[in-house]
Ligand binder design. Structure first.
Ligand SMILES: Nc1ncnc2c1ncn2[C@@H]1O[C@H](COP(=O)(O)OP(=O)(O)O)[C@@H](O)[C@H]1O
Ligand SMILES: [Mg+2]
Length: 247
């Protein structure tokens, strides 16, 4: 969907476990058409579970087999390198939405793993909320605007509404930006981003409820049923071959 809407995404091939069994060589050939390092990820999981970096063919096959333990549908992507991650939350409806400030999560130099995200600390660990991050991201105003524009454009293209956090991968050298993923509620309220965008939590909730109500009304305003006497006797008589109707 993103690619069809002109939103930049990394080069990627996706396939199912059956494909891998039947045409492993072909999949590897496509993937190796991109440059190593390659990123292997389960399509439907989150929190970096099963995500791995492969620097050569052996690691690639290894990563794929590991990822299949988590999901039968995988992605192999060209890695963005050197990587800078920037996230931006968006709130509203597809045709009326606005971005929050951007954040720069400070990941490890290697892929931020599930262990890093959720299992690093002991007591009092708040998962992502406690991970290191810079808000607003220490990037140029120009790059910030570019990412915010891309964030709202992607939000609309995906027909999202309410609130979501969109994650981007930025090549730290060239500042090329790629859309990586969207995290919807309940995965993320992104409140920490709206707080720094001068929106209080109660105001955020109010606005979300408002958006929900408006969307609901808009939906109810549409014709979703069509009144007809399809089952009236007259209509039934007209249906040829209908069994059980007299006459
Ligand atoms: N194409 C890529 N290039 C470099 N790093 C990547 C790439 N894709 C993902 N990563 C790294 O892996 C992490 C997890 O990937 P992501 O697609 O966000 O999966 P999840 O849904 O599990 O969060 C990202 O936060 C990023 O650090
Ligand atoms: Mg992620």
């Amino acid at each position: 969907v993103a690619a069809a809407n002109g939103i930049p995404v990394t080069k990627a091939v996706n396939f199912y476990e059956n494909d891998w069994t039947a045409e492993q060589e072909d999949i590897i050939t496509v993937a190796e058409g991109y440059d190593y390092p390659l990123i292997v990820k389960p399509v439907s999981l989150g929190s970096s579970i099963g995500v791995a970096i492969a620097n050569d063919r052996e690691e690639l096959i290894d990563a794929v087999e590991t990822a299949f333990r988590f999901d039968a549908h995988l992605l192999i992507e060209e890695a963005v390198n050197p990587l800078m991650e920037i996230n931006c939350s968006v709130m509203g409806t597809p045709d009326d939405c606005r971005p929050s400030v951007c954040e720069k999560p400070l990941g490890q130099s290697e892929t931020l793993s599930f262990e890093d995200k959720y299992q690093s600390g002991g007591e009092g660990d708040k998962g992502m909320a406690s991970a290191d991050r810079i808000i607003p991201a220490d990037i140029s105003g120009e790059l910030t605007k570019k990412i915010q524009r891309l964030a709202t454009k992607t939000f609309s293209a995906l027909d999202a509404s309410g609130l979501a956090r969109l994650d981007f991968l930025v090549n730290a050298n060239t500042e090329e930006v790629y859309f990586n993923e969207i995290n919807t509620i309940p995965g993320s309220f992104s409140f920490y981003l709206w707080e720094k965008s001068d929106l209080r939590f109660d105001a955020l909730l109010e606005e979300l409820v408002d958006i929900g109500l408006k969307q609901h009304q808009a939906k109810n305003g549409r014709v979703r049923s069509y009144d007809t006497n399809l089952l009236s006797e007259k209509a039934l008589k007209g249906i040829k071959g209908l069994k059980g109707t007299k006459n």
